[in-house]
Design a protein. Structure first.
Length: 372
């Protein structure tokens, strides 16, 4: 026991003098390691008689606990001293601005969708939505395109193999016009015979086509107004008012040309005047300027009587007009983009260039006042 006491005193002194954590670790290994003197002392208990073991074991365990406590206390003191020295040597300038955090951006299509909703809300329109997987009755038949109608071939439709509940075909909608039919039916159900309505139907649509100006999936917005005693003049005013607010210019000129769509009669194509500025099409301008041209922008017309009937409206009491245009092309025209496919590539470089800040988005300063 005298030798054990001497070793303990020497170890405690060495622990107290340890200047680093590495030096302290050496003392721990020397005393409490597998070959440390305390561990060796504990192994001698096996060769002792019960009486000797009863006397020696508590003394050795007491030494072991005292050494362990001393090491733990010294370790805490050394770590505290190291932290204090680090804090004294390192400084943080709290006046410096924080590093910029990575930020996402609003896709141009989402931006234009928001602008459309804002403009038409000012004109009293509501936003309507519907399923992207449609049946051919809502997508074609209710829009005056029966099974043999040649206009069905114009849409390059993606069909599903499963049959619709009515025995027809299921498909990815080729336009958002089915939303108009569903909305008309809902209004007619609540108000037999029909009621005034104004809506826009923005959303994704699908056609089997792909090039610089066509993609298999793209975005459309269609508008529908149903009321009494309305005509093409109301349609033209609505479109001009929208375009003036969207492009934020007063010199927007719209030209209507006779056309054909199965769901409208009469049908008109709407052309907008534009000029070329540094290789870019800029909507608006003076029609007398050199280089002023017309560009087909959208299709429109008065709602066909058969479509009104399919929607549950009495065509002798109600008239309507409708239009449809591509949201992606509107974005291309307004923000100077030249390839529709880039909208769907997900290239972060393109998005960082053409995207909009999620908080600080541009606003339509003129609203619809410029066209009213």
């Amino acid at each position: 026991m005298t030798e054990l006491t001497s070793q303990k005193q020497a170890a405690l002194a060495a622990i107290a003098d340890a200047a680093t954590l590495d030096a302290l670790e050496e003392q721990r290994v020397a005393a409490l390691g597998k070959k440390g003197w305390v561990s060796l002392a504990l192994k001698t208990l096996g060769g002792m008689s019960p009486e000797e073991r009863q006397e020696a074991a508590p003394a050795i365990q007491a030494v072991r606990a005292e050494i362990a406590d001393a090491i733990e206390a010294k370790k805490a003191a050394l770590e505290a001293a190291a932290l204090e020295a680090q804090l004294a040597s390192e400084t943080i300038d709290l006046t410096l601005p924080a590093p910029a955090a990575p930020k996402g951006s609003v896709h141009p299509v989402s931006q234009v969708m928001d602008e459309l909703a804002e403009i038409f809300a000012d004109l009293g329109f509501t936003v309507a939505t519907g399923p992207e997987i449609e049946d051919d009755w809502h997508n074609f038949t209710a829009l005056n395109m029966d099974e043999s109608h040649p206009a069905r071939a114009m849409h390059d439709t993606f069909y599903f193999p499963d049959a619709a509940p009515d025995g027809g075909q299921m498909l990815l909608r080729t336009h958002t016009s089915p939303v108009q039919i569903r909305s008309m039916q809902a209004i007619a159900k609540a108000n037999p015979g029909g009621a005034p309505m104004r809506l826009i139907a923005p959303g994704r649509v699908y056609r089997s086509d792909s090039d610089a100006t066509h993609t298999p999936m793209f975005h459309q917005v269609e508008g529908l107004v149903i009321d009494r005693d309305i005509h093409l003049g109301h349609l033209k005013w609505t479109l001009e008012t929208f375009l003036k607010a969207f492009f934020e210019r007063d010199d927007i000129v719209l030209r209507l040309r006779p056309s054909y769509f199965p769901f409208t009669e009469p049908s008109v194509e709407a052309d907008v005047g534009y000029s070329n500025e540094n290789g870019r099409r800029v909507v608006g301008g003076n029609g007398d300027d050199p280089g002023y041209e017309w560009m087909e922008l959208l299709g429109s017309g008065m709602v066909n009587r058969r479509v009104l009937e399919m929607g549950g409206f009495d065509p002798d009491q109600w008239q309507g007009f409708a239009w449809g245009l591509g949201v992606d092309r509107l974005a291309m025209l307004k923000y100077g983009m030249n390839d529709l496919r880039a909208f769907f590539d997900g290239d972060p470089r393109w998005l960082s260039h053409y995207g909009f800040a999620a908080v600080d988005q541009p606003t339509l300063s003129a609203g619809v006042g410029a066209g009213a």
